[in-house]
Design a protein around this ligand. Sequence first.
Ligand code: PBG
Length: 330
Amino acid sequence: MTIAPFPAARFRRLRRSDALRRLTTETTLSTDDLIWPVFVREGQDAEDPIASMPGVTRRTIDRLLPQVEEAAQLGIPAVCLFPYIEPGLKTEACEAAWDPDNLSNRAIRAIKDAVPDIAVMTDVALDPYNANGHDGIVRDGEIVNDETVEALVRMTLAQAEAGADIIGPSDMMDGRIGAMRAALERDGHHGVSIMSYSAKYASAFYGPFRDAVGASGALKGDKKTYQMNPANSDEALRLVERDLTEGADMVMVKPGMPYLDICRRVKDSFGAPTFAYQVSGEYAMMAGAVERGWLDGDRVMLESLLAFKRAGCDGILTYFAPAAARILNG
Ligand SMILES: NCc1[nH]cc(CCC(=O)O)c1CC(=O)O
């Protein structure tokens, strides 16, 4: 880097006008960068607001479809589906997770039928279906890895069969990416991609999401034996490398804003398609402050999303996707 001494170098010269600022912009944010996570529930013609996520709604499939249609028209490339599962369907064995006709798989089919051009991403983890709220099967108080991976593979195949474009394993079990990739290839789903939640931290920022999918009440204990220690960074690189080696097409860092350093290291180290999840708690912090009039909503939204691009991400999962797209599209 070469910098002339002052006054030869005056950095304010290039900040003088909008034209010069635009000309020297290093990073851009576009609608093409956004994945919209949506919550779906059982029933007909109904929706419930999520108290801890102002502006976010859980919808029945029929009410979700027009929203997805609108997202596609706005140019949002993908939606990511999260089902709210009725407490009565949650079991210790989590069988509902790979039922071809479960809520999530019906929603995938309905979206691919009604809005074929938008990519549908799924969540692969047992928590919505698990009586104890964990992402894996629990035996004698332990979240068992290998048995969980077998269940996750069944879940993945049911989602691929339903028409999912992107499989999103968020469970953090070891060995799941390789097992899923092998099963997808074996069953002819060569075109189904995997976005691995590779560096997913045991975070306090998921609270509102667990309300949205109805997992807060069920969860016993915490997820620290499978999700990452927030103190670790080198470990994230090893996990990303492991998942890419096992056949992940894209990798993700989660949460987002408190982990931008991880995004940058991952992008610089591997150059793979890298995504971040701006999670429910991040959304709640901003939306809550905006509701109170403490922050300018549009500006913090766009600034927070741009920060992910600057940190090296190719895209962002964000509850702000439609609102951001409306502004970005002009
Ligand atoms: N495996 C479930 C899952 N998938 C996405 C999120 C969090 C998303 C958010 O907070 O917005 C979680 C919660 C968790 O791991 O407890």
